[in-house]
Design a protein around this ligand. Structure first.
Ligand code: ZN
Length: 270
């Protein structure tokens, strides 16, 4: 674990773009209270694959790493590995302008800087890549590697989020559904617990019950981006079995392939 962390830190250091950070699920409520001027919408996205600009955002930063997995690995590393693969897959399939956005620093002071990075220049889709956990009250304890650790095997699966406050909400929803449909075709099941009372303040409205697209209006990275924006929780790293799957090449391929297939489908229908 320590070694893989330092490899990731090295990789990240070489491609850091700025000291930015993503709002945490836990920080979203506070972030909602910050006054927000409406983002200026960029023109609606048309799609020519070589020119279509997808920013693949690595959720969180090395300093503010998001959730901790059942085996005590930080979410940031999971996000980084998967987002890098998605970017490579998109490029190899003809989306030459796809780029990886990696940010560093503490989450709070740099919250809105991430958005300005996303809004610099022309972006057609902002895709934020995350991995899921559960509310603290659902955590159970076990011993891993000689240390007291936390897990919850109760829920699993990926989920997709869009914001009605995004200036391209309809396009964002369409893209999220296409990604969701492709993930379903890969045999993956979405996380259905976000509609349940047990999720408390993380409870969300399910916009597409077939493929698992939820509404998350207040999330800064979705509401403040000028381009269409989708957040993908690729799976639950607090679930002990799914954490292992999320480390596998098969799962990486399935998710990256699903995103690329969805983007191709989107371009073909424009
Ligand atoms: Zn996250």
């Amino acid at each position: 674990m320590g070694q893989s962390r330092s490899i990731i830190a090295g990789l990240v250091a070489s491609i850091l773009l700025s000291s930015l950070a993503l709002v945490d699920a836990g920080e979203a409520a506070a972030a909602r209270k910050i006054a927000r001027p409406r983002p200026k919408p960029s023109p609606p996205a048309k799609c020519e694959m070589p020119r279509f600009r997808i920013v693949v955002d690595v959720g969180h930063t090395p300093d503010s790493y998001g959730a901790l997995s059942a085996r005590n690995d930080p979410e940031f590393g999971f996000n980084f590995r998967l987002a890098r693969l998605i970017t490579a897959k998109l490029k190899s399939e003809g989306f030459a302008e796809a780029r990886l956005l990696v940010t560093d620093g503490k989450a709070r002071p740099s919250l809105f800087k991430r958005i300005s990075a996303a809004n610099q220049g022309r972006t057609d889709l902002f895709l934020s890549v995350h991995h899921d956990s559960v509310p603290d009250k659902l955590l159970e304890t076990w011993e891993f590697d000689g240390a007291k650790s936390y897990f919850s095997d109760r829920f699993s699966g990926h989920s997709l989020f869009v914001s009605r406050q995004n200036p391209h909400f309809a396009t964002s929803l369409m893209l999220a559904r296409m990604i969701g449909r492709q993930l379903k075709e890969q045999g993956l099941r979405y996380a259905s617990q976000y509609t349940l009372p047990v999720m408390g303040r993380y409870r969300r409205q399910l916009l597409d019950k077939d493929v698992g697209v939820y509404r998350y209006d207040g999330l800064i990275v979705l509401s403040r981006t000028r381009s269409a924006a989708v957040l993908l929780e690729a799976g639950s790293i607090i679930n002990r079995d799914e954490e292992m799957e999320l480390n596998s090449a098969e799962r990486h391929e399935a998710v990256a392939g699903a995103v690329a297939a969805a983007m191709r489908e989107f371009c073909e229908t424009r």
